[in-house]
Design a protein around this ligand. Structure first.
Ligand SMILES: [Zn+2]
Length: 113
């Protein structure tokens, strides 16, 4: 249950952020999910709903935004959209590439009432 532990850490981060603001009512948590992060958005939302039941986050919406992948070739510095985590450079076919974006899961913003 990968998504369950992810949900727990999302909730924990938000709780820490809200520690000094007990009166704040949050309405939604916006998160960015990279296309290669292997996170199942519907499972994440379901777990979030279960974990938040009867807590201060009960009616909070979890909004997910998909982040497209971007890789950079370390040899020719070409940037391209990779098809998989380990894909060769489109320009020089080098395998010495680095994923810049696309495997993250992060909280981008929190909306309050
Ligand atoms: Zn290259």
């Amino acid at each position: 249950m990968h998504e369950l532990s992810l949900c727990r850490s999302i909730i924990k981060s938000v709780e820490q952020y809200l520690e000094d603001q007990k009166d704040v009512d949050i309405t939604s948590i916006n998160i960015a999910i990279g296309v290669f992060s292997c996170v199942d958005e519907s499972a994440l939302k379901f777990n979030f709903m279960v974990l938040c039941k009867n807590t201060r986050f009960d009616s909070v919406k979890l909004q997910c935004e998909e982040v497209s992948a971007l890789a950079e070739c370390q040899d020719c510095k070409n940037q391209y959209q990779p098809d998989s985590l380990f894909s060769e450079c489109r320009t020089c076919q080098s395998l010495n590439t680095k994923l810049i974006r696309g495997n993250e899961l992060k909280i981008t913003s929190i909306e309050v009432k």
